[in-house]
Write a protein that binds this ligand. Structure first.
Ligand code: PMP
Length: 388
């Protein structure tokens, strides 16, 4: 029997859909997938070459647990120059982003501690909070407000047990980039109430329309209480490489590194020199990919606008849309219907928290042809459901 702790954790709503998609694909069904949160691009050549070179050069052993010094340095340089986070290499732990989030939950949360997060939120935060025995406290957000958390609502959710606030900007699943004014107000609340912030900025470079991501750790008085996580997966089409990081005060890095030494020991060795190349090498592929995502976002928004029964805000980051539908069905049922009848995979909004009911998530990190075909299928299904 698995532990009670694990029994209480539901299987990820995103994984459920992926499993159904895999099954249908095995049966030979042609599925358009809008459900995977990963770029369809290949990793840029210069990064692949750096990896091959390090493998051929025999860089295949354990590395220092916190990461090779060159990479810690490259990450610190990137975070200070692009995000204004006042950090040095000793403030960096190299670890897959998801692993960072998991270790932070184990390292900082005791049973009964409360963690405030925006609703809807990415699925794994709640699982990590619960695995640590802590309690998630969702602050609802609204479509009408572009899913931006209202600091006044956050303030109401704070209790004596609040240990941490989780921010994710740009957001998965909504693509929302939190405005600087909101982040400043949240920072004030964190300082006043002596609360940690974990800021997940894995989509920080994927922003459009002149939007700029604000790192809360760059604000006065915040570095000492912020655990920033990010990584290469989304920005450089490197999901399978498993390279990310955590940036925090040195004492926090040492604490979380204790968990790292007792779990994965270190990140994969030969991906680390390649990660240095990603951060320090030419950035033109990154910029091209972001430009391509923007074109796809605009295309998807145009196609949604043509479907009666769907409406969507214009998110300024990540590669997700979170349209609202006016069909009388729960989002899990609608996603199952779209998959079975339309052969198009989306993620039900309710997988991301109670406020996600009535919505579904589209990942547009796929080709324009797929986007056009996928929305044509969605249109037929929604029309059929609405009796048009
Ligand atoms: N945070 C968010 C918001 C994400 O969307 C993801 C990936 N889906 C992660 C963290 C995890 O990233 P990685 O796969 O690089 O560990």
């Amino acid at each position: 029997m698995v532990s009670k702790r694990l029994q209480e954790i539901p299987v990820s709503g995103t994984v459920n859909i992926s499993n159904m998609v895999s099954q249908l694909k095995v049966e030979g069904v042609d599925i358009i997938s809008f459900s995977m949160g990963e770029p369809d691009f290949s990793t840029p050549e210069n990064i692949v070459d750096a990896c091959v070179e390090s493998l051929r050069g025999g860089f295949t052993h354990y590395t220092p647990s916190a990461g090779i010094p060159e990479l810690r340095c490259a990450i610190a340089d990137r975070a200070s120059s692009e995000s204004g986070i006042p950090c040095s290499p000793n403030n960096v732990l190299v670890t897959p982003t998801k692993q960072a989030i998991f270790m932070i939950a184990l390292a900082y949360l005791d049973p009964g501690d409360e963690v405030i997060l925006s609703d809807p939120s990415w699925v794994s935060y709640e699982a990590c909070i619960r695995l640590a025995g802590a309690v998630p406290k969702y602050v609802p957000t609204r479509f009408e407000d572009d899913f931006i958390m209202d600091p006044a609502n956050l303030a109401k959710a704070i209790t004596k047990r609040t240990k941490m606030i989780i921010l994710n900007t740009p957001s998965n699943p909504t693509g929302t980039v939190l405005p600087e004014s909101t982040i400043k107000a949240i920072a004030e609340l964190a300082i006043e109430n002596d609360i940690y912030v974990m800021s997940d900025e894995i989509y920080e470079s994927i922003v459009y329309d002149g939007a700029k991501n604000t790192s809360i750790a760059s604000l006065p008085g915040m570095f000492s209480r912020t655990l920033t996580v990010s990584g290469l997966s989304k920005t450089y089409a490197m999901t399978g490489w498993r390279v990310g990081w955590m940036i925090a005060p040195e004492a926090d890095i040492l604490a979380v590194n204790k968990l790292q030494t007792h779990s994965i020991t270190c990140c994969t060795s030969f991906t680390q020199p390649a990660a240095v190349e990603a951060l320090r090498g030419p950035q033109d592929r990154r910029d091209e990919m972001v430009a391509e995502f923007k074109k796809r976002r605009n295309l998807a928004l145009d196609l949604i606008a043509e479907i009666k029964g769907l409406e969507c805000n214009v998110p300024q980051g990540a590669f997700y849309l979170f349209p609202r539908y006016d069909v009388h069905m729960r989002s899990v049922e609608l996603a199952a219907y779209l998959l079975k009848e339309g052969h198009v995979a989306v993620t039900p909004g309710a997988a991301f928290g109670p406020s996600g009911e009535g919505f579904f998530r589209i990942s547009y990190a796929t080709s324009e042809d797929q986007i056009i075909e996928g929305f044509s299928r969605i249109k037929k299904c929604i029309n059929a459901l609405k009796g048009h």
